[in-house]
Design a protein around this ligand. Structure first.
Ligand code: PNS
Length: 215
């Protein structure tokens, strides 16, 4: 798991003390730090490389999470050490599931994937991404029809915060026609959604619409 020790370590301060004062002091200081880590079998540079985390945010409404979303999360995980799935507080959209329900469904389904964290965010996406020290925003791209809005959002986000890149990932072909909106409509009309969403979501949709029919 860890990198193997390769560089020989020199903890003596005498060699650097023989050189010019400024450089010698800096080197001596670095050497002391190295010596503090001497009990570990890795050099400072090896440790540095090891601990750099590549983190991405996968934002969305997730109302509810579908198999298409899960496929994108799996793909993103292959590229990043950690993926933060971030549910937006989106006041403009009338969601079927409450924010807490959407978070719970993601927790039950997506959080099973290694190094995937589920959270919520408010305000600007790029500000949230920067606060989380994420270098990328992941968006799923299903068809050309998605492109115009996604392109506009990616460029606007870049204008707002140049350090955050948007990366588009294409889900498996069989999920390209899938959307949370269509899944909700099918479930509302009594159709079978079991091949579009994980079992926990199919159950939650069933409950939602059974409850609304009773009203
Ligand atoms: O799943 P959705 O509804 O397509 O997700 C859209 C979302 C939540 C990613 C987008 O609305 C968003 O980023 N909202 C946060 C507010 C923000 O940063 N708006 C400026 C976008 S350029």
């Amino acid at each position: 798991m860890f990198p193997s020790a390769s560089e020989p370590r020199d903890c003596s301060r005498s060699r650097s003390a023989k050189r010019g004062a400024g450089i010698a002091n800096t080197r001596a200081h670095l050497n002391v730090e190295r010596c503090a880590l001497n009990s570990l079998p890795w050099t400072l540079s090896e440790l540095n490389v090891f601990f750099i985390m590549r983190r991405a945010i996968y934002p969305g409404s997730f109302d509810p999470v579908t198999n298409g979303h899960l496929d994108v999360i799996e793909r993103a995980r292959k590229l990043f050490d950690e993926v933060i799935v971030a549910v937006a507080h989106n006041d403009e959209k009338q969601a079927l599931f409450s924010l807490q329900e959407r978070l719970d469904l993601l927790q039950e389904t997506a959080a099973k994937i290694d190094n995937v964290r589920i959270t919520q965010f408010d305000g600007l996406l790029v500000e949230f991404a920067a606060a989380q020290k994420a270098t990328a925003v992941i968006r799923g791209l299903r068809a050309v029809s998605d492109f115009e809005f996604e392109f506009q959002m990616a460029l606007m986000n870049r204008k707002l915060e140049a350090s955050v890149e948007t990366i588009f990932l294409m889900p498996k072909e069989e999920f390209t026609y899938l959307s949370s909106r269509l899944v909700k409509e099918i479930a509302r009309l009594g159709g079978d959604v079991s091949s579009f969403v994980p079992p926990a979501v199919a159950k939650a949709l069933g409950k939602k619409f059974a409850a609304s029919k009773k009203k």
